[in-house]
Design a protein around this ligand. Sequence first.
Ligand SMILES: C[S@@+](CC[C@H](N)C(=O)[O-])C[C@H]1O[C@@H](n2cnc3c(N)ncnc32)[C@H](O)[C@@H]1O
Length: 324
Amino acid sequence: MLMADTGSEPGAGHTPVMLDRIADLLSPALTEPGAVLVDGTLGLGGHAAALLEAHPRLHLVGVDRDPTALERSRARLAPFGDRVEFAHAEYDEIPAVLDDLGHGEVQGVLLDLGVSSPQLDEAERGFAYSHDAPLDMRMDRTQGRTAADVVNTYSVAELTRILREYGEERFAGRIAQAIARHRAAQPLESTRVLAELVRDAIPAATRRTGGNPAKRTFQALRIEVNAELEILARALPAAVERVAVGGRIAVLSYHSLEDRITKRTLTGLATDTTPADLPVPLPDHRPQLRLLTRGAESPTDQENRANPRAASARLRAAERIRRP
Ligand SMILES: C[S@@+](CC[C@H](N)C(=O)[O-])C[C@H]1O[C@@H](n2cnc3c(N)ncnc32)[C@H](O)[C@@H]1O
């Protein structure tokens, strides 16, 4: 079993999800000298540290959009010296990052989507409904619109769509109306006020079931603020493109919308695209990928008990079997 030193600084605060299974899936591609793994969501470097440890000749390119995460993983991965390179970028910029660093094809890509534990735990970043903080929610605070910008400027129709699609919120319309009523009097700027407003907007009977009623609204705003789904939809084909034949990609999703994009991309490239009316498969239409997971895999019950934040994780992985 791979070990992640989650109990000690500077890696403390985030337990890498499905670490052993990810290592099993990626490792066959990472053993050769010169193998390069791109970790597109470096976070605190938990998966990265374990894989670097397990493969002494592995080189890692660590990408994250959050400068704070990069700073921490830099400290944590310092013992690996020049085997690690860091890039402050979005994961849909992986091809440009690899070009800049002089890498061509890579043997592995890992994407562990979503928010890291420190992002959730640092109250002032505004991701959590359980602490009062400014409505920010940007993973990269050096750019882009905040959650306050979204709730104070989007139309009721846009807010309703976002809450329904990204939060799967049944009461999206009521919540959007309540936001509009509030901002007509004064701008909505705090996580606490938003959480209270959501609670008051939904029927009393629903309030008593299914955890904090603001959870779905906060998830939806976070996805919108960080353009998570658009970036993922662009990033996956671009990252797969750089995977060498025999190289592998693993993607951990945390909600059904991410998993759907991952499934569509990987399954699409693992499917023979010869037109159905032709009698034999065309060589140029053969699959480029072989799926390594049957459907999406979930964490074991034991892992879920030990790390409740792993519970919604879904893992898919594939190997490149040919280049078009
Ligand atoms: C769940 S954490 C990764 C944890 C990491 N695997 C570990 O073991 O420590 C996800 C990370 O991805 C980063 N991230 C999210 N969206 C990103 C994007 N579009 N581009 C680059 N990094 C992103 C977040 O800032 C966060 O640090």
